[in-house]
Design a protein around this ligand. Structure first.
Ligand code: HEM
Length: 403
């Protein structure tokens, strides 16, 4: 008979909420060598690779991303009855249908088509600060980089970058912990983005182009296509999921290279290492530390009963250093023969990152060009980190010198 999870004597990781992500990951990895499960501030957390993957692939565990309001103690009415189903929170047949329809538009081939544009943006941003011999990589590079790429993906005009950037920033306030204070700003940003994207969709219906929106409009066949509100939802999901993740991941990766100048120089000399460099930086220091699920029904796993409603954290950060899966997991080495199992910073299972091909291409292009144009990269003061409380983590300020 399975033991209810509440009756297990589990190590407590709730006290790690306030410590640095590095220290939290180290302590959690130590715990993971003894226990596969730990107790957090809300619910429990799986720490080892095998369990993180198994639970992410188990469709009875549903995405917790639609529950942000609930977890912050806010009910539907207070939020103006505006809950929407996103691809991130959809489950079952609804989710399968969405992924089937949108999958082809996010293929590696589509991402590769944007590489020349990515290089143009990367070089343009570096041009702005290269003569200074110093920069704040978080502010001068990471912050502005993903927005023009997403705009290009949508086929939106360049002069509208700032709008997208502001909508993304205001939408991200949802994670700041002051939901009711930020409520009006968030709702206004959502309304403006809805209206803008709605108009873009109507334009593309009458004159299709080779952008993502036209591809999504054309997706499917006469028996099944995405409707208008699904198209709007998808564009918003892409803007939200594809901005902060990419910028913070590049920030985390650069902070890592600052500690490994030999590998920075090697990447400049051997740009063919870019794909491995991206997987290794994401494994060693992922900006997405983990994700969350809740039990949609009573679930038994490894003789433990997780009652319906149980909140489960899945720690990609510790799974990515699991010695059962990665050889010398504590060593950062972009030349290393990769494990036959993927790093988990893009997730796993049905919600696996839809934009993974695009995110890989964005990082590969950025890291190689930066390594070549910013040789001898070194710290120029302390890195200021964003608070580690939300799922995405990265540097607020990353001062460097080069040349
Ligand atoms: C380094 C950058 C990125 C990282 C680390 C990342 C990570 C992730 C992770 C971990 C998930 C799964 C979350 C879960 O299971 O709860 C996810 C989902 C998703 N990502 Fe990314 N992502 C990145 C970039 C992007 C980009 C550039 C796009 C868009 C072009 C994107 C679009 C999405 C979407 C739409 C989902 C939801 C998929 C679904 O629920 O079916 N991501 N991402």
């Amino acid at each position: 008979m399975a033991t209810p999870v509440s009756e297990l004597d589990l190590p407590d990781i709730s006290h790690l909420d306030g410590v640095s992500v590095d220290e939290a990951r180290r302590t959690m990895s130590e715990i993971a060598s003894e226990h596969w499960l730990a107790r957090g501030a809300i619910g429990v957390a799986a720490l080892r690779y095998e369990d993180v993957v198994a639970m992410l692939r188990d469709k009875r565990w549903h995405s917790a991303s639609g529950k942000i309001l609930e977890f912050q103690g806010i009910d539907e009415a207070e939020w103006g009855g505006r809950r929407r189903t996103s691809i991130r929170s959809a489950e079952g047949d609804e989710h399968t249908r969405l992924r089937r329809l949108v999958g082809p538009a996010f293929s590696p081939k589509h991402a590769d088509a944007l590489r020349p544009y990515m290089r143009e943006v990367v070089n343009g941003l570096i041009d702005e600060f290269v003569d200074r011999g110093e920069a704040d990589i978080a502010v001068d590079f990471c912050e502005p980089y993903p927005i023009p790429i997403i705009c290009e993906l949508f086929g939106a005009p360049k002069e509208d970058w700032k709008l997208f950037s502001d909508w993304a920033t205001d939408n991200f306030r949802i994670f700041n912990g002051n939901l009711m204070e930020d409520r009006d700003l968030i709702i206004r940003a959502q309304d403006e983005l809805d209206a803008y994207v709605g108009e873009l969709i109507e334009q593309r219906r009458s004159s299709p182009s080779d952008d993502l929106i036209s591809a999504l409009i054309a997706a499917g066949d006469d028996t099944d296509r995405l409707n208008h509100s699904e198209l709007v939802m998808l564009c918003e999901a892409v803007l939200m999921a594809g901005t902060d993740t990419t910028r913070n991941q590049i920030g985390c990766s650069i902070s890592l290279f600052l500690q490994h100048p030999d590998q920075w120089a090697m990447l400049a000399e051997r740009p063919e290492l870019a794909p491995r460099a991206v997987e290794e930086t994401m494994r060693y220091f992922g900006a997405v530390r983990g994700t969350a699920r809740f039990a949609s029904e009573d679930i038994e796993y490894k003789d433990v009963l997780f009652p319906a409603g149980t909140f489960l954290g899945l720690s990609a950060a510790t799974a990515n250093r699991d010695p059962e899966v990665f050889e010398n997991p504590e060593t950062f080495d972009i030349t290393k023969e990769p494990s036959n199992k993927p790093q988990l910073t893009f997730g796993s299972g049905i919600h696996y990152c839809l934009g993974a091909a695009l995110a890989r291409a964005e990082q590969q292009e950025a890291l190689v060009i930066m390594a070549q144009r910013l040789p001898n990269l070194r710290p120029n003061g302390d890195i200021v980190w964003k608070p580690g409380t939300v799922g995405i983590f990265g540097p607020e300020h990353l001062p460097v010198k080069f040349g």
